[in-house]
Design a binder for this molecule. Structure first.
Ligand code: COA
Length: 216
């Protein structure tokens, strides 16, 4: 039996699960009866959430014969730690909603979650365990690091580079760069909801506002 575990039964996990099942059936070819789908969440282990069993991480590690996983936890550091542990017993799988549009020449590393109404236009490179929440897009020639999180409706225009573990808040707009001079959001940087980012952001800095400035 193939078991898929979605780590995190919180708000985001419950939003992702409905299209996760569909995505897995498309990517693995497994029919409903051959695929056991569970949430994995130590805080809710033993409960049933939206009709699905919740296992602890330890129980998931030994369930079934073959395991796939993804992680619906926004915090990048937590996502990293969980991915390192679960990779020892399971395979990361991307979850892609049916109406996502992915254009030509993109590469998307395993573990991505591409929510409904998202779009990766063309020639983007995206690192592992990327979260692209509803209505966000990644435009041409962007380079997105590992464990990057886009909240809903992020507009990431062409030739933007985003460092590992960066968090981009709801409805933020990232100005386009050029291939010679990309607009860069640094590793672990945070872009606040509604920010309009017109200049590169240094590693670890939080910016808000229009035009975006570092938070005091
Ligand atoms: C930028 C952010 C990370 C700051 O969080 P924080 O450090 O907890 O900041 P606080 O809430 O303490 O706010 C500090 C000040 O910044 C202001 N502020 C917070 N976020 C802001 C934003 N996005 N734009 C403009 N001002 C903002 C607050 O009003 C407050 O101002 P004050 O001191 O004059 O009262 C956060 O507000 C944010 O935008 N997070 C993204 C939320 C999101 O997109 N969630 C998606 C869920 S799926």
């Amino acid at each position: 039996m193939l078991t898929f575990g979605l780590v995190g039964a919180g708000g985001f996990g419950r939003e992702v699960m409905p299209f996760a099942r569909d995505s897995l059936q498309r990517s693995t070819g497994a029919a409903g009866g051959q695929l056991d789908v569970v949430f994995v969440d130590d805080r809710l282990a033993g409960q049933v959430v939206n009709g699905l069993r919740v296992l602890s991480v330890a129980d998931f590690e030994t369930t079934g014969e073959r395991r796939l996983f993804n992680i619906a936890v926004a915090d990048a550091a937590t996502r990293r730690t969980l991915a390192a542990r679960l990779r020892l017993c399971a395979e990361p799988v991307s979850l892609i909603a049916p109406n996502v549009v992915i254009g030509d020449g993109n590469s998307i590393a395993p573990g991505a979650i591409l929510c409904p109404f998202t779009n990766v236009t063309s020639n983007a490179r995206i690192g592992e365990f990327f979260h692209c929440n509803i209505y966000s897009y990644v435009a041409h020639d962007c380079v997105i690091g590992d464990y990057v999180t886009f909240a809903p409706a992020v507009r990431c225009n062409g030739a933007v580079t985003v460092g590992d573990d960066a968090y981009i808040g709801t409805s933020a707009v990232l100005r386009q760069g050029t291939p010679e001079r990309p607009m860069h959001v640094g590793a672990r940087a945070v872009v606040g909801m509604g920010a309009v980012v017109t200049r590169s952001v240094a590693d670890g800095v939080t910016v808000v506002g229009n035009p975006a400035r570092a938070m005091e």
